[in-house]
Design a protein around this ligand. Structure first.
Ligand code: NOJ
Length: 532
């Protein structure tokens, strides 16, 4: 495979820098902390990390409110620390992408401060101002728990400004060519430092047009293509990963003709994995995969089970959303906007087999998987913390005071109860061959050995048993047959005649002929390679 297509077969790992590892005892995670843990990440087997925002920020939205695009918040370290981290990560065969927040800045950003100060400011047109708050009425509100309008009145400017997220995050005005240029400069700055690409935040919302919902507009795609061309021309092999929480047919245009994003998160498949586990039926996953249009050869989906936000339920019907809340958010504190602010392990009742099964789906469905830090050991959540902070608690390295996260006094609260660091931590799991960590490590190793998992091929096999998701993944002459028992009971099935062949079990290493009735234990999964 062309080495510039590395992302097609990579395993990603998402890090909240603030929460991962503190190297200097100030109680906050930092870049040097990650540096100390590269061996750990290499042992787990991931080969690209996504760093959540490290820019200076008032932290109203945990760093997605940027006050300076060209600096690193001192709490996280310096530009030299980042350079060293990139260098060392590359020596560990790990790439690093970071957040690029195009759509908005913090209201503390000097651009906004100048913009609001006078109509004559050269920065006035960096943002979207209006005398009326009646424009763009068809645009939905995203943070429904806190915002009542996408317009906010600014006393200083004596006008309204447009914002899709918190009112402290004014939207940049991409109709202004200077804004477009600024953001290319920002990208250039970090690419010159050696970063391997960007997870581009909130891209559907760059432009506003009357009479539309102000999402996925042609102007937005045109600009993103410019950004991609700039990267390809100057930094081949670096990538753009698209955060567009949209239906597959609406994400599809973000790949363009292979000339827009290299990767895009597959949002809608995620809640359907949880639906499948509750319903003990694969049909929702199958339907969404069949609704997913093909993407260009040089593109890849990015699949995930959880991330730093709420488990979003935007890409389900209102009935399904209600059902998901009933099933997975019994405590009202678990609800957040249109989602559920919980971690993977507690969502799945800390049931080891269910957690592994969910990961088996993650690793074998089309796309490159991303693991949210801490989910490889089954960390819990802290519902007492506001907003989405309950799923961004410090990484649980060991059972010493402060979880081995910091030698100082932590500024963030830990998880409490049965999933706290006393019981769930890296040190104990690395030593235990039967731990979740070691199962994850095995899955990642197998996944990375076979290009079939990174290919676009997927064929569903009908066995007449709707509780077992069975499919073929294929690349050249390497064919995988995957079976996932979504149910809490033993399932039997018989493969169709054409698949009754000899396979190697990729975990046990032995080979079997599957021509008889096959039995799967509750939540069991089988990854089989067809013998040639
Ligand atoms: C998406 C990010 O994932 C989320 O954390 C953030 O609040 C919004 N974009 C706004 O930047």
């Amino acid at each position: 495979m062309n080495k510039n297509l590395w992302y097609k077969n990579a395993v990603f790992y998402q890090i909240s820098v603030r929460s991962f590892k503190d190297s200097n005892g100030d109680g906050r995670g930092d870049l040097r902390g990650i540096l100390e843990k590269l061996d750990y990440l290499q042992t787990l087997g991931v080969n690209c990390i996504w760093l959540m925002p490290i820019y200076p920020s008032p932290l109203n939205d945990d760093g997605y409110d940027i006050a300076d695009y060209y600096k690193i918040d001192e709490a996280y370290g310096s530009l030299d620390d980042l350079k060293e981290l990139i260098k060392s990560a590359h020596e560990h065969n790990i790439r690093i992408v970071m957040d690029l927040v195009l759509n908005h800045t913090s209201d503390a950003h000097p651009w906004f401060q100048q913009s609001r100060s006078s109509k004559d400011s050269p920065y006035r047109d960096y943002y979207v101002w209006s005398d009326s708050n009646e424009k763009y009425k068809d645009a939905r509100i995203i943070f429904v728990d806190t915002e009542t309008s996408n317009w906010a009145w600014d006393e200083k400017a004596k006008q309204y400004y447009w914002h899709r997220f918190y009112s402290s995050q004014p939207d940049l005005n991409f109709d202004n060519p200077k804004v477009q240029e600024e953001m290319l400069s920002v990208a250039r700055f970090w690419l010159d430092l050696g970063i391997d690409g960007f997870r581009a935040d909130a891209v559907p919302y760059l432009f506003e047009r009357e009479g539309t919902n102000c999402e996925n507009l042609p102007e937005t795609h045109a600009y993103l293509k410019k950004l991609r061309k700039f990267i390809d021309d100057n930094y081949p092999g670096r990538i753009l990963l698209c955060e567009a929480n949209q239906w597959p047919e609406d994400v599809r245009p973000y790949f363009g003709d292979g000339d827009e994003f290299n990767m895009g998160f597959h949002f809608p498949v995620m809640p359907r994995i949880y639906m499948a586990l509750k319903k003990e039926n694969f049909i929702d996953i199958k339907e969404i995969m069949q609704r997913t249009p093909p993407i260009p050869e040089n593109c890849q989906w990015c699949t995930f089970l959880r991330n730093h936000d709420e488990l979003t339920l935007e890409m389900v019907t209102p009935e399904e959303r209600k059902w998901m809340w009933e099933q997975y958010a019994p405590d009202p504190r678990m609800k957040s906007n249109l989602g559920i602010r919980r971690r993977l392990a507690p969502l799945l009742d800390n049931h080891r087999r269910k957690i592994e099964l969910a990961n088996s789906l993650l690793f074998t469905l089309p796309g490159s998987p991303i693991i949210y830090y801490g989910d490889e050991i089954g960390m819990g959540e802290n519902l007492d913390l506001p907003d989405r902070n309950g799923v961004r608690t410090p990484m649980q390295w060991d059972n010493s005071p402060n979880a081995g996260f910091t030698s100082g006094k932590t500024t963030s609260e830990f998880v409490k109860g049965e999933l706290s660091y006393e019981y769930v931590n890296v040190a104990s799991q690395m030593n235990d061959p039967d731990s979740l960590f070691n199962s994850m490590k095995r899955m990642i190793a197998v996944r990375r050995k076979h290009d079939a998992f990174g290919s676009s091929s997927m064929e569903w096999i009908d066995t007449g048993n709707s509780a077992v998701a069975v499919y073929i993944r294929e690349y050249e002459d390497d064919t995988m047959l995957i079976l996932n028992n979504l149910s809490g009971s033993v399932q039997t099935l018989k493969l169709p005649a054409e698949y009754q062949k000899s396979y190697i079990d990729l975990f046990a290493g032995d080979s079997h002929i599957f021509n008889e009735e096959l039995t799967l234990q509750p939540y069991a999964y089988l990854w089989l390679q067809m013998e040639k």
